[in-house]
Structures are given as structure tokens and as C-alpha cells.
Design a protein around this ligand. Structure first.
Ligand code: KG4
Ligand code: ZN
Length: 339
């Protein structure tokens, strides 16, 4: 049994958790949504300040809720990349300080590996290999998981992430921040066939389409063009539900097609979904309809584990600690790092 105190501050959530192997003892998140809402998106400077204000309280609450004292902690884990570097630094500095003061090993964790591990928290008996579709505000990736630290990137977005596209289109429609959940709600009362939108294929030199990579910036531009055309005829009375439903259909279809193709081509019988966009009702419907007849098992972790949290970081760290891995106290934060 490995007990981890984990810290996650890569973007706009200040989070700490205590995790025993694949079991959550506490999972505390201080959301910054209200701080960023007036700006329509995450402002890095505002995020760093909020992390600084929240970090000590969040860690203390995570320890208290787990009824945990320092003697029970085997290691301190922290997200060290990728993310907003000013935000990451707050978590990394807190983790290094605690590791030094309490004489605990330090383990730096890649944020995407954390998202992959949310599936283990949701299904503790899950074993690799499995395929993971990671769809968040910063990433859209199809990753084969073969073991702890053994990953193969099959496909990714060439530009905007799926969640980023949701947020940008929501802003275009005047829906506010974060746009994904609002677009999803609207889409459910709209007609997905009202408008035909591109699915963001990537053309290859041989004239074929890349089977797993995607692009969402063209889709966003197509919606911008559509909105400007519709304004000419409808003024401000835009058919927002129909636009949201058509957009959702394009995104969900594009992601489903690629994930199922990668699963079939590489023989995966389990497909786990991670990241904030895993909450999307359209994506869930499309994936379920495509995976069920093929006998592919789907894992949708609960939303609180799909969006940024520290429990997923702790779960990943427990496996690394079991493998004897440690990070030096010189651990730094990196805005970019491949998995
Ligand atoms: O994983 P996450 O919390 O943070 C990142 O690591 O990026 O994902 C946040 C993203 C945002 O872009 C948000 O709009 C999107 O997930 N999102 C959704 C839904 N819920 C959250 N997108 C579409 N439909 C949803 N229901
Ligand atoms: Zn994330």
C-alpha cells in the first residue's frame, strides 16, 4: 500500500488529494472559475495569484479530510508539466517545500499521465493494455496504455484542443466561460443536422486522410463564418441551439471515428475517456453507439475525476513510487513536455 499526498495546479484549479494506491482518501479542489469568468477565459497571472492564495488551505483540507498525519505519507506528488508555468510553479514549490520539511520523497507527474490514471480510480481492477481518448481544454490525444510509463501516442489535434474549440465557439455565441457545459446543454435542444460543419480531417501527402489526427481550428472558423452569415439574415436572434447541436455532432463524430479506428486497428478492447470533454453528452452517445456493436468496453470516469484534480496525479504517483522512481528536489515546472 502506497500513500501519496498529491498536488495539482497546472491550470485554473488548485487541487490536493490523499490517495492510497487506487483509493481516494480525500480530493479537494478550489475552483477559480469565478475569478476568470469576467475575462472570458483563463488569465495566467490571475491563476497564479489564486493558486498562491489557495494552496496551503487546500493541502491542509486534503490532509484533514483523509484523517492523515505526515507519518502516513510515503511520498509527495506534484504535476510538473505541461501547463501554465506560473501556475505549475506554485504547486511544484509547495511540494518541494513539504518534501524537504517532512523528509518525504518527491515525485513529479506529467499532467496527461494523471488524466490517464483517472480510469484506474474509476475502475480499480482495470489493467493495461487499453486505449485512452484524452479530451480536455488543452489536449486531444489518443494514447495506448501498456503499463506505468509505457505509452504510445497514436493521434492528436494539430491545432486547437476539443475543449478549447468548445470554449471558443461558446464565446463566439456569447455564452460565457467555460463554454463546453453550456454548449452541451444547448445542443440537447437543437437540431444536429441544421448545419453541415467540417470534421477537421488532416490530409496526408499520399492524398489519404490521417486516421487518428484531428484539427478543430477549421471547424471553429466555419462556425464563425456561419454565425456572421446568420447575423445578416437573423440579426441577434441566432438559432444558437441548432448551431451548438451541429457543432457538437461534428466534434463527437470526429472524435468517435478516430478513437474507434485506433481501437480496432491496434486490437484494444477497452477504451477509457478522460479530460473535461468526457462529460459531453454527444460524445458519450456517439462512442456508446459505435463501441457497443464491436464489443469495445467503454470507461467513463465520473466527471469530478475527468476534470483537473489531484487524486489522478496521486494515483499515477503511487505506481511510479512502487517502481522505485523519485524526482530530485531540483524538479522544475515545464510548460511543454511530451508524454
Ligand atoms: O480537463 P479539464 O478540466 O481541463 C484541462 O486540462 O483542460 O477540461 C476543461 C475543458 C473546458 O474546455 C470545458 O469547456 C470542457 O472541458 N468541458 C466540456 C464539457 N464539460 C467541460 N466540453 C464539452 N461538453 C461538456 N459537457
Ligand atoms: Zn487537464
Amino acid at each position: 500500500m502506497v500513500c501519496i499526498l498529491a498536488i495539482e495546479t497546472s491550470c485554473d484549479e488548485t487541487a490536493a488529494a490523499v490517495v492510497r494506491d487506487r483509493h481516494i482518501e480525500s480530493n479537494v479542489i478550489a475552483s477559480q472559475i469565478s475569478a476568470h469568468k469576467p475575462f472570458g477565459g483563463v488569465v495566467p497571472e490571475v491563476a497564479s495569484r489564486a493558486h498562491l492564495q489557495n494552496i496551503n488551505g487546500v493541502i491542509a483540507t486534503a490532509m484533514a479530510e483523509a484523517h492523515c498525519d505526515w507519518a502516513a505519507i510515503d511520498a509527495i506528488a506534484v504535476t510538473c508539466a505541461p501547463g501554465l508555468v506560473g501556475s505549475l510553479l506554485i504547486g511544484v514549490t509547495a511540494a518541494k517545500t513539504l518534501a524537504m520539511v517532512h523528509h518525504k520523497p518527491l515525485v513529479g507527474i506529467h499532467h496527461l499521465e494523471g488524466h490517464l490514471y483517472a480510469s484506474y480510480l474509476a475502475e480499480p481492477t482495470l489493467e493495461p493494455p487499453f486505449l485512452c481518448l484524452l479530451v480536455s481544454g488543452g489536449h486531444t490525444s489518443l494514447i495506448g496504455v501498456y503499463g506505468c510509463g509505457q505509452y504510445q501516442l497514436f493521434g492528436q489535434t494539430r491545432d486547437d484542443a476539443a475543449g478549447e474549440a468548445y470554449d471558443k465557439v461558446a464565446r463566439l455565441l456569447g455564452l460565457g466561460y467555460p463554454g463546453g457545459p453550456m454548449m452541451d446543454r444547448l445542443a440537447q435542444s437543437g437540431n444536429p443536422d441544421a448545419f453541415t460543419l467540417p470534421e477537421g480531417n488532416i490530409s496526408l501527402a499520399n492524398g489519404k486522410v490521417h486516421p487518428y489526427d484531428s484539427s478543430f481550428s477549421g471547424l471553429k472558423t466555419a462556425v464563425a463564418r456561419l454565425v456572421s452569415q446568420l447575423r445578416d439574415t437573423h440579426g441577434d436572434n441566432l438559432p444558437v441551439a441548432d448551431i451548438a447541436a451541429s457543432f457538437q455532432k461534428a466534434v463527437a463524430h470526429a472524435l468517435t471515428k478516430r478513437a474507434i479506428a485506433a481501437a480496432v486497428d491496434h486490437g484494444f478492447t477497452t477504451l477509457a475517456i478522460g479530460g473535461g470533454v468526457a462529460a459531453n453528452s454527444g460524445l458519450r452517445q456517439y462512442l456508446t453507439a459505435a463501441a457497443t456493436p464491436l464489443g469495445i468496453r467503454l470507461i467513463f470516469p465520473p466527471l469530478r475525476l475527468c476534470t483537473d484534480n489531484a487524486a489522478m496525479i496521486g494515483c499515477a504517483a503511487a505506481d511510479h513510487v512502487r517502481q522505485g522512481e523519485r524526482s530530485p528536489l531540483s524538479l522544475g515546472a515545464k510548460s511543454r513536455l511530451s508524454l
